[in-house]
Design a protein around this ligand. Structure first.
Ligand code: 13P
Length: 250
């Protein structure tokens, strides 16, 4: 049985005051034996503060990205080992904003996925199509290409420690959520693809949906058989909105 995972990607939002208030609110409103696991992705500068509040609690946290290299002359970059040093358990790789705005290719994403594993982190691999690609009927081809780039580089066995997040680009930050049927269809496609390579890994792997998830649509999305939780942007920025998603699970 796959436990629901509710993950909050704060993107480039926050301040020390906001992070403290948000994390304290999440701790107060959730519990270790709840129906879902909770996970947050603060911006890098807030990882020490996050560690000081969340260390030893039931809420996990991670980095929004990492450099493919372990160390070296890479000004402005952060390694997986550094994330681990601050108590991170997870790292996002291949978020569509990284791909579209910062030019990360499928291969770059594969390098980052491997770097996360090498550092002892669980990678959350983000995949998803643009509106144009969906309208051209390319959704499955795009998602398959994004997955294959990583599978071919690291091997299916490496997905034992991973999570996949399906985030249709047209649903991110737009208020346009994929319908539960649209999301389930792509999630089933992803799981079938992995099943053809390793039944056990595919059965255990959590596949999150991301794109305008909120307290009103979460229950129906998470009730789909291949949707194992959410990767949440805007609605993860206040404890009230994020806990509304956590509480929607039955
Ligand atoms: P929104 O929930 O704001 O649409 O963002 C989704 C997302 O990109 C999470 O990574």
């Amino acid at each position: 049985m796959r436990k629901i995972l509710v993950a909050g990607n704060w993107k480039m939002h926050g301040s020390k005051a906001m992070v403290s208030e948000l994390l304290e609110g999440l701790l107060a409103g959730s519990s270790a034996d709840g129906k879902a696991d909770l996970l947050v992705f603060p911006p890098f500068p807030y990882l020490p503060l996050t560690e000081s509040v969340l260390a030893g609690t039931h809420i996990r946290y991670g980095g929004q990205n990492l450099n493919p290299n372990a160390q070296g002359a890479h000004t402005g970059e952060t390694s997986g080992g550094m994330l681990k040093d601050f108590g991170c358990h997870y790292a996002l790789v291949g978020h569509s904003e990284r791909r579209a705005i910062y030019g990360e290719s499928d291969h770059d994403v594969a390098l980052r996925f491997k770097a996360a594993l090498d550092a002892g982190l669980h990678p959350i691999l983000c995949v998803g199509e643009t509106l144009e690609e969906r309208e051209e009927g390319q959704t499955e081809a795009v998602v398959a290409r994004q997955l294959d780039a990583v599978i071919e580089f690291v091997g299916i066995e490496s997905f034992r420690k991973a999570v996949i997040a399906y985030e249709p680009v047209w649903a991110i930050g737009t208020g346009l959520t994929a319908t539960p049927e649209q999301a389930q269809s792509v999630h089933a496609f992803i799981r079938d693809k992995l099943t053809s390579l390793n039944v056990i890994i595919a059965g255990q792997l959590r596949i999150l949906y991301g794109g305008s998830v909120n307290g009103s649509n979460a229950a129906e999305l998470f009730a789909q058989s291949d949707i194992d939780g959410g990767l949440v942007g805007g609605a993860s920025l206040t404890a009230e909105a994020f806990l509304a998603i956590y509480s929607a699970i039955d």
